[in-house]
Design a protein around this ligand. Structure first.
Ligand code: COA
Length: 698
């Protein structure tokens, strides 16, 4: 019927085929093509039943997210689904791949659903700050009841075709060619004179009204805490499904969708969706050839090394783990074993999988054993001399063309690369702890790194199921530079009158799972202390410097592991309480500088922390350390707990208004000019009426 939907009649079955690569997203032309095709099939006297199928790897994976937030051309999805459902001839949907969001809703509009046994279903809209808008909130509960419908819509998680079948969402599972099976099914329906079976008329899900109501009540209490509107509206719509006539429920869903679509939360989540995918695209790598990576070595079996080894084993790579001595190696293998044991206990993997992964692991105390691997990731102690020593040995033993990756968090990779004979093979892979779980991977490109090595890093990240972000060499790369700015802004406030408790509470209220001082206590204050000591020599004495953290470290108050840091911990406890001694140290630091403490509101704490992060982000862009603003956002929400629904610091600045943020920065300049002076990029964007988001498309 148009370039994305074709129409063909065979044996009285009209076959409507959607072909809109890569994921058959339901853009305008797909919606209109489908509507035309359904109308034609309904009025075509030679047609007795209808099959809806999709070309390629998947049934539609949802609405076209690129159309969100813009005026939507008609027909909207809800109209198309309603028209499918209203067909006077039975309609069958044949599902393969992932029927998500609007794709699932199209299938629900059909009267029968067949699914490839490997297919998956889901309503992931909540992850984009919206709700199913194609009738999903009304049709799913009619089939499954409220509990399962809300599980799907509030979690956004995918379910298997088998589970969908158990829930009554799918009529038959197919091994093999689902389109052929769908065709046969549709033909049989026609031959048997089967009637349409509209989902809107079904009531199986309402059979147990008490359970339905109980599920609504329970979930309403749970979503009350959500900062977003969509979860509450999903519960309201599912409640309405049972209480209101179908059409009224649909109208309610539409209004709720429209309310959510242009909220800041939905805009930020859409931004996050595309930012994550954009990060993997690095224009300079176009045309690069990949080096082959089939085997991996990991040097250093501490927490990071063990986590990295597990990430590689999980992706099916044989891993050689190297430690200095047997004892260290043994401890490393035990850590890996413990990680798998936990996954086993939690039911994430079965024993056979655990065994298969451990089979891929070999340990050694000899660097020579890395002579044949394609890639080595070093995760030894974060100290230049130690890393230089390891690199020298690797240079000796590794085969030509193998890649040497360092997991350093801060150190100068250019300098490290220059200590060996093959700097072009050196790259930074900055993993985040726990490395087998955290999705972020900063791929740090040094001056001499071969582009093929960088491209191989991005390809490897995909295999490791990581989100890779390109970063240039600087102290702390993208993430830790922003983190340092965040902490400095917090430290200034600490010195000027706020307490750790107030700052942490304000940042939790913003959406971080924990505040900056809680993070310091968890991670250990000694790590950032080591960095400050390293930078001490080059620090400009005119720059504002807060000594509170150093004072705590000098006393050995390194955080949770010491029972004391910015907070005080009961023996072995993880929840800290305010420590009067720390408050005394803070007031002494204020007195030493003649500072009269003042009060800070939560809003000001948030504005300062976010302003500092975005300003540091602007500097990273100017320096070319980050390729684009959205990469910075990705680093922050995948690596540092920045709330995804706020979009990351650069998107948050866009949403708040660049002029507003720049004016705030200017108003703080006197307090620490070297820190608060807005990067020139602010003026450049503001003058040209641009936002950080516009730079993402450059
Ligand atoms: N709208 C527009 N574009 C979409 C899209 C959507 N709903 N879903 C995926 N895409 C695009 C991606 O941006 C990517 O484009 P690119 O190649 O230009 O970067 C491409 O399709 C492939 O997607 P990707 O996620 O890289 O592929 P995958 O094989 O890893 O995963 C899916 C496939 C379908 C599981 C995954 O894309 C997904 O979950 N999509 C979102 C589904 C969704 O949220 N739908 C509900 C919308 S209301």
């Amino acid at each position: 019927m148009n370039e994305h939907v074709t129409y063909e009649v065979q044996d009285s079955v009209a076959v409507l085929t959607i072909a809109h690569p890569p994921v058959n997203a339901l853009s305008f032309s797909v919606r209109s093509g489908l509507l035309d095709a359904v109308e034609r099939a309904d009025s075509d006297p030679t047609v007795r039943s209808i099959l809806i199928r999709a070309e390629g790897r998947t049934f539609p994976a949802g609405a076209d997210v690129r159309e969100f937030g813009k005026p939507r051309a008609k027909p909207i999805l809800s109209t198309v689904v309603a028209r499918i459902e209203a067909c006077s001839k039975p309609v069958v949907a044949a599902v393969q791949g992932t029927a998500l969001g609007g794709g699932f809703e199209i299938a629900l509009g059909a009267h029968y659903r067949l699914a490839d046994r490997k297919a998956r279903f889901g309503l992931p809209e909540v992850g984009l700050g919206v709700l199913p808008g194609g009738g999903g909130t009304q049709r799913v509960p009619r089939l499954t009841g409220a509990g399962s419908a809300l599980d799907l819509m509030l979690s956004g998680k995918l379910i298997s075709a088998e589970k969908a079948s158990d829930l009554g969402l799918v009529d038959a599972l197919v091994d093999g060619d689902v389109a052929a099976a769908g065709f046969a099914f549709a033909r049989d329906l026609a031959q048997n004179g089967a009637k349409p079976r509209p989902t809107c008329e079904r009531r199986e899900g309402f059979a147990d009204a008490a359970a339905y109501t109980a599920a609504i009540t329970a979930r309403r209490a749970e979503v009350a805490k959500s900062p977003l509107d969509a979860p509450g509206k999903i519960v309201d719509c599912v409640e309405a499904a049972m209480l209101l006539p179908f059409e009224a429920g649909i109208a309610m869903e539409r209004a709720a969708f429209d309310d959510c679509e242009n909220s800041d939360g939905a805009r930020a989540l859409r931004h996050a969706f595309f930012a994550e995918r954009r990060a993997a695209k690095v224009p300079e790598l176009d045309g690069a050839t990949l080096r082959e990576v089939n085997t991996i070595g990991v040097v250093g079996a501490g927490t990071m090394g063990a986590g990295i080894a597990v990430a590689c084993l999980d992706a099916g790579f044989p891993v050689t783990l190297v430690e200095r001595d047997d004892e260290g190696l043994m401890r490393g293998v035990e850590k890996i074993d413990a990680i798998y044991e936990r996954s086993l206990v939690k039911g994430r993997i079965d024993a056979a999988t655990r065994d298969a992964r451990m089979e891929l692991l070999s340990g050694s105390t000899r660097m020579e054993d890395l002579g044949r691997v394609d890639l080595v990731i070093e995760a030894v102690f974060e100290e230049t001399s130690v890393k230089v020593g390891v690199f020298a040995q690797l240079d000796q033993v590794m085969k030509p063309g193998a890649i040497l990756a360092t997991n350093t968090s801060y150190l100068d990779i250019n300098a490290l690369a220059d200590t060996i004979s093959r700097p072009e093979d050196v790259v930074g892979y900055h993993f985040f702890s726990p490395a087998n779980i955290m999705k972020l991977l900063e791929i740090v490109v040094a001056d001499k790194t071969d582009l093929n090595v960088v491209a191989t890093g991005f390809a490897l990240a995909r295999k490791l199921r990581k989100v890779p972000v390109r970063a240039g060499v600087t102290d702390g790369f993208i993430g830790n530079r922003i983190l340092a700015a965040y902490r400095l802004a917090a430290d200034f406030m600490l010195e000027d009158g706020a307490t750790p408790t107030q700052i942490d509470a304000a940042m939790r209220a913003y959406g971080f799972p924990v505040g900056p001082y809680q993070v310091l206590d968890i991670a250990g204050l000694d790590i950032s202390w080591a960095r400050r000591k390293r930078l001490a020599e080059t620090r400009d004495p005119a720059h504002r410097y807060v000594t509170i953290g150093d004072t705590l470290c000098a006393r050995g108050w390194f955080g949770q592991k010491a029972g004391r840091g910015y907070y005080l911990y009961e023996a072995g406890g993880r929840v800290g309480r305010e420590d009067p001694e720390v408050l005394r140290i803070i007031s002494e630091a204020r007195a030493a500088k003649g500072i009269t403490p003042r009060a800070f509101t939560a809003e000001e704490i948030q504005a300062r922390c976010l302003g500092a992060m975005a300003n540091e982000g602007a500097r990273l862009l100017e320096e070319g350390v980050a390729l684009r603003p959205s990469d910075i956002d990705v680093v922050l929400f995948f690596g540092y707990g920045f709330p995804r629904w706020r979009g990351g610091p650069m998107m948050a600045a866009d949403l708040r208004g660049l002029l507003t943020v720049e004016n705030e920065l200017k108003s703080w300049v006197e307090e620490a000019p070297e820190f608060w002076t807005p990067a020139p990029l602010w003026d450049e964007l503001i003058k040209n009426g641009r936002h950080f988001a516009d730079m993402n498309e450059d």
